[in-house]
Design a binder for this molecule. Sequence first.
Ligand SMILES: C[S@@+](CC[C@H](N)C(=O)[O-])C[C@H]1O[C@@H](n2cnc3c(N)ncnc32)[C@H](O)[C@@H]1O
Length: 347
Amino acid sequence: MSSPEGPPNLGLLDQYSQGFMVSQVLFAASELGVFDVLAEAPGPLGSDAVAARLGTSARGTEMLLDVCVSLKLLQTEVRGGKALYDNTELSSDYLVRSRPRSQHNMLLYLARTTYLCWAHLAQAVREGKNQYLKAFGVPSDQLFTAIYRSEGERLLFMRALQDVWSVQGSSVLSAFDLSPFPLICDLGGCSGALAKECVALYPGCRVTVFDIPPVVQTAKRHFLSPEEGRVGFQEGDFFEDPLPEADLYILARVLHDWTDEKCSQLLARIHQACKPGGGALVIESLLDADGRGPLTTQLYSLNMLVQTEGRERTPAQYRALLAAAGFADAQCRRTPGATYGAILARK
Ligand SMILES: C[S@@+](CC[C@H](N)C(=O)[O-])C[C@H]1O[C@@H](n2cnc3c(N)ncnc32)[C@H](O)[C@@H]1O
């Protein structure tokens, strides 16, 4: 049926159906090291020179570079009839792996793990559960056993997760003044990336990163640096073991992994460990009140379907979970232009 404004917009359907090709161009160019080679070169390079440095085919490389130009991931100029390629500001800041705000590891994780789970989205919707069995032949009754199914996969996951905090960590931690909380525990704090941002921002605070033993051991082996004396690690299971003493408990991208029942269980344990006047800070990508936006958070929520037991939630849903655990006075702040927001509640 055509509408009074004219025929339905087939272009929009094309754009959606080709979306995966655009992702793959970004993933392949990152994985091959296109942006790194161009960053290291003394000036713009022709596609043959890029291919020679990467050890890739001349044919494939030229096609890939030209699509990257259309996607504004590369820029090009013609000298002596020959196209020369260079990074744009976007790729230079976020795609060159040596840059401090690089998202390279997250792109690798999306390409090698998330993308393969999304290939089974329809099945995830049918079953209402994650797709590690279909994608990797791994049972997922123990969620983090499936997520960390090999040492290499755990390291890639930890590296990937820290990329976002190099860009958004300081703004999300500034949403509330955390200086009244000198002793902080980052539950499920992974590599310690957010903890490091926290001690840099609040000179008076110390942070204990609490995570399961293999993650803490990998963090100590691969992520710890000597100047981070105010960040410590403690091994444990936050559903079972005593929680470290703290004035504030941070839960960043933790509740979205779990069902409401498991979130309630965890929040009740935190409330029990928390001193009166202490707090819980939930950091998550927040859905709009009606759950129908922002699109990025809706897509993250579907990602929770294909990769976890949880979902993204609205501020009201987090407030209800916090209130049921005994936390009062929950305030929500979204950080402008950022994917993540913060909810602070008090005991
Ligand atoms: C999605 S990641 C978020 C990591 C980090 N907070 C961030 O925002 O980058 C969830 C974290 O919870 C940890 N975790 C999962 N189950 C846990 C448990 N039972 N006890 C302690 N940590 C756990 C995982 O190892 C992982 O580091």
